[in-house]
Write a protein that binds this ligand. Structure first.
Ligand code: NAD
Length: 370
């Protein structure tokens, strides 16, 4: 199979973690006999420096004409004071919209080897396996009008939260379909006691739920969900929510399972899907070679599964990650006080070796008998 992928390293630790993810992608392709065609382009701050546009036309064109996009992260403090449309994050929001990627899937899994990395007690976090389904193209991040105006001392700012029924219907259907392939349970998170958008959200999700009588649906206010996520994370299967609540709760879920650096994501729904680790550009550790590349590497597994439907290859990467963690390998974010931490590149190398080993036995087990 030809894997035609656009690579957008972006800013901060983005290029560092993407380099390791691409090495793993190359190894998987080689082991399973696929051909990889990669096009690298700028986005975010890197694109602003090169062309004063956080999503240059050639980047967008490359993304649209590939089969999948793998992105690192965007954003840097040096761009924080630019007008909103010229900030690195504007490039990413525009890319998501241009790709029609309305459904953001963010798995948060507690690996047995990482139980002691969570700030929660092992017996609380053990067995946590949540799929956060976040609506990605609506709500406060895209609603118009959005403005900041008035003289200093008397300024006012407006953002608009708006949801249209079809936007809620389509994300709810994705969540229900995914729940059917998991533990048949959805918690839909909103703030229906205060917000009209949330009341609409709750009604529409309930209506869609009638088509899925085999899936248990419950509703939770976002404040209560934030608390439940740390008290009883294991109780969640699919957590369905709107754009901003999903952004916040998925970072929280990252903390619950040990590190934000572990979380991968897929943004699907359009003709070309976008894969990226959940974390940002982490300027506080950029350039030090200490970032955890596993979220980016696990995003490659999601890419192979969702865009190319090659399950064995995806599972091979996930098993390799599990194995290196089980062997005690830790980047700095995962190393308990005083424990030895390995670099970004070393973690990538360990996964690479494990991928080759697992792929070898997988390929020979699946070889046709003579
Ligand atoms: P962040 O996710 O970059 O970092 C939060 C904390 O987690 C930091 O302490 C960081 O060091 C740590 N961290 C994150 N990823 C890590 C990894 N792989 N390994 C080890 N530690 C990791 O969030 P932030 O600091 O709020 O934002 C920094 C910049 O990133 C901002 O410009 C923001 O707009 C941008 N951002 C981009 C995206 C994206 O590109 N999808 C997402 C979130 C934030």
């Amino acid at each position: 199979m030809l894997l035609k992928i656009t690579i957008l390293p972006g800013d901060g630790i983005g290029p560092e973690v993407i380099e390791e993810a691409v090495r793993v992608l190359d190894a998987i392709s080689h082991s399973f006999g696929h051909e990889v065609s990669l096009t690298r382009k700028n986005i975010g701050g890197a694109a602003l420096v090169a062309s004063e546009d956080p999503l240059p036309p050639d980047t967008l064109q490359a993304c649209i004409s590939s089969s999948a996009v793998l992105l690192g992260a965007v954003g840097a403090p040096s761009f924080d004071n630019l007008p909103a449309h010229l900030r690195p994050e504007a490039g990413l929001l525009r890319l998501r919209r241009e790709l029609g990627a309305f459904a953001n899937l963010r798995p948060a899994v507690c690996y047995p080897a990482l139980e002691d990395c969570s700030p929660l007690r092992a017996e609380v976090v053990r067995g946590t396996d949540i799929l956060i389904v976040r609506e990605l193209l609506g709500g406060l991040y895209f609603g118009e009008p959005r403005l900041l105006h008035g003289p200093t001392g008397d300024r006012a700012a407006t953002n608009t939260m708006r949801y249209h029924e079809p936007e809620v219907q389509r994300i709810a259907r994705i969540a229900f379909d995914l729940a059917r392939a998991r533990r048949h349970s959805i918690v839909s998170v909103d703030k229906a006691n205060v917000l009209e958008c949330s009341r609409l959200w709750r009604e529409v999700v309930t209506e869609i739920g009638r088509d899925y009588p085999d899936v248990k649906l419950s509703h939770m206010y976002v404040d209560s969900a934030a608390m439940a996520l740390v008290l009883r994370p294991r109780d969640f299967d699919v957590l369905l929510t709107e754009n901003m609540f999903g952004d916040i709760l998925s970072d929280q879920a990252g903390g619950v399972v040990g590190s934000l650096g572990m979380l991968a994501s897929a943004s699907i729904g359009g003709p070309v899907a976008l894969y990226e680790p959940v974390h940002g550009s982490a300027p506080d550790i950029a350039g030090q070679g200490v970032a955890n590349p596993l979220g980016a590497i696990l995003s490659v597994a999601m890419l192979l599964r969702h865009s190319f439907h090659v399950e064995r290859e995806a599972a091979c990467i996930e098993s390799a990650v599990s194995k290196v963690l089980h062997m005690g390998n830790r980047t700095r974010d995962l190393a308990k006080d005083g424990r030895f931490a390995i670099s970004t590149a070393d973690m990538g190398e360990r996964v690479l070796e494990a991928v080759k080993e697992i792929a070898l036995s997988d390929v020979s087990n699946n070889a046709a008998p003579n």
